[in-house]
Design a protein around this ligand. Structure first.
Ligand code: NAP
Length: 263
């Protein structure tokens, strides 16, 4: 028997990797889907497979989210389609080279996709969710959000932005019925690595998580009410302590005098 619909999930970067697995899992949970990426061929093949397997309605939107006109088209969908109950802000690219050998134009393109597009899509969907008193935003960040020394620093910076925006959105919107989750994957076996010029096969395999396992863990984190989910961090209490200390520090910064060590 078909599941009753949970509304529509719009997933960016759904043509491969993490986004494609979210599409699979969310269709099986009973969501209709809007799949967004540049590759129409891959999106259409996935849409056909998922609608055949689940009976859900799956639409495809071909868009380059670095391009203003394409981004605006997706923003309009998020603003106008009241059936949308979930946004998975997943499209993103990475970089592995140090600052001095990374062309600044490539860095700017990464910022445009990982930060500007993600932010504009969150802005487009949030007012409707608040008006309806319900909705979920999943923002795909990365462990480099809190460990920017591991890969390219601009990439880490974009993901630190995603984490901070998610925490702020949770702070502002939780009491209005809007769920926000930041997902911090570690190395995950997708095309991300070859796109960034460092195939995943070249990583120590003990740090690489299969993509299905990563997404299933993140969805369990969502079901358990987590604001920040880190599938690869085995001792969750470590994050809880880090986060508690951050909350303590948040209350200590505002002072009318400089600290004695600066006088
Ligand atoms: P992936 O397999 O390369 O998928 C990236 C997705 O983004 C693809 O569907 C791609 O589709 C889409 N995309 C890229 N540029 C786009 C653009 N300009 N406009 C629209 N869509 C675009 O990599 P992934 O690992 O699944 O990455 C998904 C997210 O996970 C990213 O935000 C990444 O930073 C994050 N992440 C990945 C890892 C990892 O180790 N894999 C770890 C931490 C975080 P098209 O090429 O068809 O547009």
């Amino acid at each position: 028997m078909a599941l009753s619909s949970k509304g529509t999930a719009l997933i960016t970067g759904a043509s491969s990797g993490i986004g494609a697995v979210y599409a699979d899992r969310l269709a099986r949970q009973g969501y209709d889907l809007i799949l967004v990426a540049r590759s129409q061929t891959k999106l259409t093949a996935l849409a056909n497979r998922l609608s055949d397997a689940t009976g859900r309605n799956v639409e495809v939107v071909t868009a380059d989210l670095k391009e203003k006109a394409d981004l605006l088209r997706v923003e309009q969908i998020l603003r106008n389609d009241a059936s949308i109950t979930l946004l998975v802000n997943n499209a993103g690219v990475g970089a592995v080279m140090p600052l001095l050998v990374s062309p600044v134009d490539d860095m700017q393109d990464m910022i445009t996709l990982n930060i500007t597009a993600l932010t504009r899509l969150a802005y487009a969907v949030a007012p409707g969710f608040v008006a309806r008193g319900a909705g979920t935003v999943i923002n795909i960040a990365s462990i480099v959000a809190i460990a920017p020394e591991i890969l390219n620093g601009v990439y880490g910076g974009t993901k630190a932005f995603v984490l901070a925006l998610s925490q702020s959105m949770h702070h502002e919107l939780a009491d209005k019925g809007v769920r926000v989750q930041a997902v911090l994957p570690g190395a995950t076996a997708t095309d991300f690595w070859s796109e960034a010029g460092h195939p995943v096969e070249n990583l120590p395999q003990e740090i690489v998580m299969p993509v299905d396992e990563m997404v299933d863990a993140a969805l369990m984190g969502l079901a358990n009410g987590e604001v920040v989910s880190i599938p690869g961090l085995h001792d969750g209490a470590q994050w809880d302590r880090y986060e508690a200390q951050r909350q303590v520090l948040s209350g200590l910064f505002g002072n009318s005098t400089a600290a004695p060590r600066y006088r």
